[in-house]
Design a protein around this ligand. Structure first.
Ligand code: GDP
Ligand code: MG
Length: 174
């Protein structure tokens, strides 16, 4: 029996690892092969939270390409929460991620819980830091979002990201 069903969006610039994070969370798999997300895709995963509630997450993935912007309105419709992703190895994706948030609010006309992910944490040890890594924490605190560094490759913090967005939706904490 399902107690709640939540629609979770995963948004952000192209190639930051949105589809990989979903795949890691849902199937516990990862691949380096870059599979362009065409249009909109979604996957479902059932979880049990700390209060023993059965929660069905429908996780919506969208291609980052501009030509799919036309689909955005129905994509955002009825969403309970959003996971907004940037790539720790490519600094321009950090500012672009903020544009995705403001654009989402423009379309939705209301606030929903947001978890921001700085993904590809595993690359930071190889290439060094490309942004001030304190900055996203400060930004998230100011805006009352939650920020986590993740790696779809190693799986670090991926489950926590989806647990956190679920808690925030249930707690109406946004
Ligand atoms: P999307 O366009 O945001 O859906 O990005 P994808 O999930 O398709 O990932 C883009 C590329 O980055 C692919 O080649 C992935 O294998 C790679 N990738 C995704 N997440 C990670 C990660 O955490 N670490 C590393 N090293 N590569 C990643
Ligand atoms: Mg994708």
């Amino acid at each position: 029996m399902t107690d709640y069903t939540f629609k979770i969006l995963v948004i952000g610039p192209a190639a930051v690892g949105k589809s990989s994070l979903i795949r890691r969370f849902v199937d516990n798999e990862f691949s380096f092969q870059y599979k362009f997300t065409i249009g909109v895709d979604f996957m479902t995963k059932n979880i049990v939270n700390n209060l023993n509630k059965n929660i069905r997450l429908t996780i919506w993935d969208i291609g980052g390409q501009d030509r799919f912007k036309i689909l955005l309105r129905s994509f955002y419709d009825g969403a309970h929460g959003a996971i907004v992703v940037f790539d720790l190895s490519r600094p321009f994706t950090y500012s672009k991620m903020k544009d995705w948030i403001s654009n989402m609010y423009k379309i939705m006309q209301k606030r929903i819980p947001i978890v921001i992910l700085g993904n590809k944490l595993d690359l930071v040890s190889e290439i060094g830091e490309t942004i001030d890594r304190n900055d996203p924490y400060k930004y998230a605190e100011k805006e009352r979002y939650f920020y986590l560094e993740t790696s779809a490759k190693t799986g670090e913090n991926v489950d926590i990201a989806f647990t956190e967005i679920t808690h925030r939706i249930l707690d109406k904490n946004y």
